[in-house]
Design a protein around this ligand. Structure first.
Ligand SMILES: [Mg+2]
Length: 252
């Protein structure tokens, strides 16, 4: 009988290379384990984008540098551009009917407006409602150019655009609309923000209710763009949904 060592060698010789990598990595390949383990952090980001990792409160400490690099050194922009290419390919195939009821939905935070400066300053720490409200109330979130381009293209094609945000309407309504306007997001059909009735409800529940309201009004949601899966799941999500990358935070 062959020894255990010989058996392992024979096993390795017949195993395809990609499976050899899996065997040797074990768990460490799929979860961040050290400050310089970009591979683990890449896997973590993929899990986030695929909606496999849920309910996380903060970027894992070993991946803070990785996320900062991803967001600021070009890859985020490239990934966002790739998403926009997919949206454009879809938009090229559809047309708005003359009845004015073909609609698109856009999330606001980290879809139309960027909060990267805020989260970077917070070192991508856990969500801090008061600090975020202070940031948002300044009305100084930079617009995201690739999304603005899509926004304008859809307007030119005759779609009705709805901005749907979990931000509190009472306290952040005016600064949000001013911020959108100053960054070029104007001419939309309606800005829908969280009213007191929906305080404490998950984003998914609140946004589903708002979309249902639009569908009940007769609108056909042809597309839906957001950076969180909770923007894109639930009821009446639309004919197509497009997920913008965001490894900075998770909204249920
Ligand atoms: Mg968002």
């Amino acid at each position: 009988m062959a020894s255990l060592a010989l058996q392992l060698v024979l096993f390795a010789l017949v195993l395809p290379p990609h499976l050899l990598v899996s065997v040797s990595c074990a768990k460490s390949c799929f979860w961040p384990s050290s400050a310089h383990d970009d591979g683990g952090c890449l896997s973590w980001r993929v899990m986030v984008e695929a909606n496999n990792a849920r309910g996380w409160r903060t970027v894992p400490a070993p991946c803070v540098g990785y996320v900062k690099g991803y967001m600021t050194r070009g890859q985020y922009g490239r990934d966002l551009g790739s998403v926009m290419e997919q949206v454009s390919a879809y938009v090229d195939q559809i047309a708005a009917a003359d009845d004015g009821l073909d609609a698109w939905i856009f999330d606001i935070d980290d879809t139309c407006l960027s909060n990267l400066l805020y989260y970077q300053a917070k070192r991508f720490g856990a969500y801090d409602p008061l600090a975020f409200k202070n940031w948002a109330s300044q009305g100084a979130c930079p617009g995201i150019p690739a999304v603005l381009q899509l926004f304008m293209t859809l307007q030119d094609k005759g779609f009705k655009l709805f901005l749907l945000s979990g931000r509190d309407e009472e306290t952040l309504g005016s600064c949000t609309s001013e911020n959108l306007e100053s960054e070029g997001f104007s001419g939309y059909e309606r800005l829908l923000m969280r009213t007191p009735d929906y305080r404490g409800q998950s984003s998914s529940v609140f946004k589903s209710a708002m979309r249902k309201q639009l569908v009940d009004e007769g609108y056909r949601i042809r597309g839906n763009v957001g950076d969180q899966w909770s923007d894109l799941q639930g009821d009446n999500v639309g004919d197509r949904v497009f997920k913008i990358p965001n490894p900075m935070y998770f909204v249920p």
